[in-house]
Design a protein around this ligand. Sequence first.
Ligand code: FAD
Ligand code: SF4
Ligand code: SF4
Length: 293
Amino acid sequence: MVYGGGKLALYLSRIIRRLNSEAIVYFAGDQKMMPAYDYETEDAMAEGVEVRLLRRITQIKNKSFTLEKLKVEKGKAVGTNEFETIDGDVLIIANRQEADSGFLRSVSGVVINDDGTITIDAQRMTGYEGIFAGGDMLPGENRSSTIAIGHGKKAAKYINGYLMNSPFIKLEKHPTASYRKLHMWYKTEAPQKEQEKQAPVEAVKNFDEIVAGLSEPEARFEAQRCLSCGNCFECDGCFGACPEDAIIKLGVGNRYKFNYNACTGCAVCYEQCPCHAIEMIPEPVNPINDVKK
Ligand SMILES: Cc1cc2nc3c(=O)[nH]c(=O)nc-3n(C[C@H](O)[C@H](O)[C@H](O)COP(=O)(O)OP(=O)(O)OC[C@H]3O[C@@H](n4cnc5c(N)ncnc54)[C@H](O)[C@@H]3O)c2cc1C
Ligand code: SF4
Ligand code: SF4
C-alpha cells in the first residue's frame, strides 16, 4: 500500500503494478485535494491501481494498518472516528515532494529552512555569494518542471550579471494584454496534436514511455499557437500600415522606433497590431514612447 495522494504516490503505485503486485493508494483527502492532475489518477486506476480516498493511518501493528475514515468539512478533511483495519505487505509513505538539500549544510551562509528549502535573495542568490538556487529547493506550493525551468531562466540572467560584474536589472512588466485586447486579423484552424499513448493493458506490462511526446517539428508547429500577447513579434504590420512613414525599422530582433514628429496619432498602427504591443497614450510633453521592448 502507498500512503499519499500526489504524483509520487501514483507513479510509485504504477511501478508496483509493473512488478506484478497489487497497489492500493490511501490518501487523507478527497480527489480535489490530491496534488496530482486528474488524468494521473485516472491513468493509475486504468492500470489497476486502487485509490481509496479520505483515509488516514492511525496505527500500525506488524502488517496490520488501522485507518480512520475522513470526511470533508469546510474544504478540510476531518476525522469521523470510524476505523477500518487492513493488511498489507509493504507500506510506502509517499506524501511529500521535497529537495534533499542536506549536502548544503556545510556551506557557510546558505540558509536552509525547516522543510529543507533554501532561502534566496531578490537576485536569486543564496546566502553564499556566487551560489544561486531554484526549482524544488525553493519554498512554494507548486513544484513542477515548468516552474523549475522558469527559475533557471530567471537565475541565468542574474548569474550572467554577477559574472559580468554588471547586475541584471529586471525590466518593468508590460500590462497584461488579455485576449480581448488583441486585434487578431488571422485565425488558425489547427486542432491540437494528440499524443500517442499506450493502452493501459499494454503499458502495465513494461517500463516504456507511455505518452509518445512530440517530434521537434511537431513541437515547433504547436508552439506557433502562441499569440505573443503584448509582445511585438516583428510582423511589420504597423510598419506597413503607417500612412506617415513614422515607424522606423531597427532590424531583426531590434523591433521599431516611432518618429513622433511625423506621427499624427491616427492610431492605425495600434488598431491593427495583432498582439497589443502598441499603446495609445495622451501625448506627453517630451514624447519618447517606443514599441515596448
Ligand atoms: C513522480 C513525479 C512526477 C512528476 N510529474 C511532473 C509533471 O508531470 N509535470 C511537471 O511539471 N513536474 C512534475 N514533477 C515535478 C518535477 O519533476 C520537479 O518539480 C522538477 O524536476 C524539479 O526540478 P529541479 O531541477 O528543482 O530538481 P530535480 O529535477 O530533482 O534535479 C535535481 C538534480 O540534482 C541532483 N542532485 C541532488 N543532490 C545532489 C548532490 N549532492 N550533488 C550533485 N547532484 C545532486 C539530482 O540527482 C537531480 O538530478 C513530478 C515529480 C515527481 C516526483
Ligand atoms: S499613430 Fe502614428 S505611428 Fe501609428 S500609424 Fe498613425 S501616424 Fe503612424
Ligand atoms: S508592434 Fe504589433 S503590428 Fe507592429 S510589428 Fe510589432 S507585432 Fe506587428
